[in-house]
Write a protein that binds this ligand. Structure first.
Ligand SMILES: [Zn+2]
Length: 308
């Protein structure tokens, strides 16, 4: 099995503030580990196209898309979209191609082989709501891809599994009233900074709210007991992943203690789920992961499992 690998030069050029954890060096760390691990020959590299207005407006308010184009389009120096979301001169191009990568990956796995794709994108997307950039995210890349799968590929059930250590609040904001999308998010509850902790999960979402200090064994047990059966019951036709690697024990942005083997296990379980329900169709999209060596090794573990 080979895996489609979507990237674009602008992803590396998207600037954040000095010492910002969401930096271009993240992609260098991934590329270094792909080469060191010797899995490059099995990746089918594709250059991401730019997203269209029509594709963005399925997910984001017209006024928000206008505002991002106005602010980011004329951006000559670094600017803050919110407290921790920073853009520079290359950010609009990167954001357009990041969302476009996921749309192209959806079309590819729906219409041809191989049926598995990874989008190595920056900026990440799962915190971006319909009308707000936040948490390093500008456009909600995975949501744009899922909306495309519904509108153009005619799917009736798309599942989005989010294993980034932060709650995928933006994706839930986009799809909370869309019964054709099911969202499963595993996150560290104490990091809840972008959602109201009093608010219950939407009807079409399943939350795995993990306490600080959770290690791989407990994580896997809860993932298997709570998350996987919920996705099985939904029986998706396409499985999408918000793949953040910031629950790694070396990542000091969180207090979970996963290791590379845990990401391999999660990925194998999701591949098996895609084989059961989706004819193997799976699109994985990079979100967080800020300890550079751990990020590179974890992405390799994820891709190795996708290649099996
Ligand atoms: Zn995260």
């Amino acid at each position: 099995m080979s895996v489609l690998y979507w990237s674009h030069p602008s992803f590396r050029l998207h600037e954040s503030a000095p010492d910002h954890p969401e930096c271009g060096a993240r992609l260098d760390a991934i590329n270094d580990q792909l080469i060191a691990a010797g899995i490059e020959p099995w990746l089918m590299h594709r250059v991401a196209p730019a997203v269209t207005r029509e594709q963005l407006e399925r997910v984001h308010d017209v006024a928000y898309v206008d505002e991002i184009e106005r602010v980011a389009g004329g951006c000559m120096t670094l600017q803050h979209l919110d407290r921790d979301t920073v853009i520079g001169p290359h950010s609009l191009e990167a954001a357009r191609h990041a969302a476009g990568a996921v749309v192209a990956a959806v079309d590819a796995v729906m219409t041809s082989m191989p049926r598995r794709a990874f989008c190595a994108v920056r900026p990440p997307g799962h915190h971006a709501t319909r009308n707000r950039a936040m948490g390093f995210c500008v456009y909600n890349n995975v949501a744009v891809g899922a909306a495309h799968a519904l509108a153009v590929q005619g799917l009736e059930r798309v599942a989005i599994v989010d294993f980034d250590v932060h709650h995928g609040n933006g994706t839930e904001d986009v799809f909370r009233h869309e019964p054709r999308v099911f969202m499963a998010s595993a996150f560290e509850g104490s990091l809840w900074s972008t959602s109201d902790p009093q608010e219950p999960a939407p009807h079409n979402a399943c939350w795995l709210d993990l306490p600080a200090g959770t290690r791989g064994r407990a994580y896997r047990a809860r993932f298997a007991a709570d998350l996987l059966p919920a996705i099985d019951a939904f029986a998706p036709q396409l499985l999408m992943i918000s793949a953040g690697f910031d629950a790694h024990c070396a990542d000091d942005i969180s207090h979970l203690y996963l290791v590379e083997d845990d990401y391999a296990w999660i990925t194998r379980e999701l591949v098996a789920l895609a084989e059961r329900h989706c004819a193997g169709r799976l699109v994985s999209v990079l979100e967080g992961g800020y300890n550079l060596p751990a990020l590179g090794r974890s992405v390799v573990a994820h891709l190795r499992a996708l290649l099996e």
